[in-house]
Design a protein around this ligand. Structure first.
Ligand code: PMP
Length: 354
């Protein structure tokens, strides 16, 4: 830290993203990326947009919002586009939390939430998940703060049903409830159909996982037009040109070929269930995931040891050194072939550890 760094950030602990190794070739299952490349039309759109990089992009993302609105069955003024969904989550902390309105989220959830709390100088309350790592919805009733729920949750992969989230919304008429649906396309129920019923709901989603565009940084929020206007005030007060030309063009092309993405999601879900069966046969306890990853622990091998031994063997998964979940690892679902390799190597490690 330099002697110039503001005191207000003395305690700030930055988010630590999963490794993105450059030198060694790994089977990379640590950051929940999609194993399939984007649709060829997406690559073509990026190339074409690159020819106009001397011009600023259009801050309203009109065509992209119209295309997405058609896909989701909402109106374009119920949408805001952001630089990954990380940006909209930060916008939500800026817009709907302050000294008097704390953020409220689970103790085990997306690790960026506490960081957003800290950087925005917003107090936050962490609500413990139950023993089985599920959310008890009653813990979120009358919460006196802005609620952030990753649904499905990360890194557990466990989802609440839409009617359960609706109950939380009903029980918090004076607070915004942000439902972070980064992984929703892998088998969970989206809350987008609830936005007209609940004016306190903000749903966030991303193109990073189900749409194979993590490298483009495209996310969005869906809510009633007033909430969207608040978020746009934050956008225009921080970075009006938050979506670059290439990302905007690729987003449109991606949505025009969304059946390709949804088919890939179905393949990933099939691979996920096969991998789960195989891991359970090896003695793992695996949470019921509705995402593109599995969260698993084994009685005989510690989470950290498994992570390190797999890394030595060229397989990268994610281990969190957090007390409550230190026995677990989060394993992204890659191609069927990669997952067969991973299961074989894990099987060897488990056998040699006995
Ligand atoms: N929410 C959750 C639960 C996530 O795991 C992630 C990915 N790290 C994000 C949001 C943000 O993803 P992105 O910024 O790529 O949209």
């Amino acid at each position: 830290m330099s002697r110039f760094f503001s005191d207000k950030y003395a305690e700030l602990k930055a988010y630590v993203p999963g490794e993105q190794p450059k030198k060694q070739q790994y089977i990379k299952l640590n950051t929940n990326e999609n194993p399939f490349p984007p649709h060829p039309a997406v690559v073509k759109a990026a190339r074409e947009a690159a020819g106009k990089l001397e011009l600023y992009p259009e801050p309203e993302c009109t065509e992209l919002r119209e295309t997405l609105a058609g896909r989701l069955g909402v109106s374009p003024d119920e949408l805001i586009m952001t630089n990954g969904s990380d940006e909209i989550l930060n916008f939500a902390f800026m817009a709907f939390c302050d000294r008097h309105i704390p953020a409220v989220f689970a103790d085990i959830t997306y690790g960026f939430y506490p960081v957003y709390g800290q950087i925005n100088l917003v107090p936050y309350r962490e609500i413990p998940l139950q023993e089985d790592l599920t959310i008890r919805i009653k813990d979120y009733f009358q919460s006196a703060g802005t609620i952030f729920i990753a649904n499905p949750n990360a890194p557990t992969g466990i989802a609440l049903r839409r009617d359960e989230i609706a109950e939380i919304l009903q029980q918090n008429p004076y607070n915004v409830v942000v439902v972070d649906e980064a992984y929703v396309d892998f088998g969970a129920e989206s809350c987008v159909p609830l936005i007209r019923e609940y004016d306190n709901l903000l749903v966030t989603q991303t193109f990073s996982k189900s749409r194979s565009m993590a490298g483009a940084r495209l996310g969005f929020g869906v809510a009633n037009p007033e909430i969207i206007r608040d978020l746009k005030t934050i956008q225009y007060s921080t970075n009006p040109y938050n979506i670059d030309r290439m990302t905007m063009a690729t987003g449109i092309a991606c949505l025009q070929n969304d059946e390709y993405n949804m088919e890939n999601c179905r393949t990933i879900m099939t691979t996920r269930e096969r991998t789960r069966d195989a891991l359970e046969k090896l003695g793992f306890e695996v949470t019921p995931s509705k995402t593109n990853f599995l969260f698993a622990r084994h009685p005989d091998i510690s989470g950290e040891e498994l992570y390190l031994k797999l890394k030595e063997r060229g397989i990268l998964i994610r281990h969190f050194s957090v007390e409550r979940i230190k026995d677990y690892n989060r394993i992204t679902i890659g191609s069927q072939e990669d997952m067969e390799t991973v299961v074989r190597v894990i099987g060897e490690l488990v056998a040699s550890d006995k």
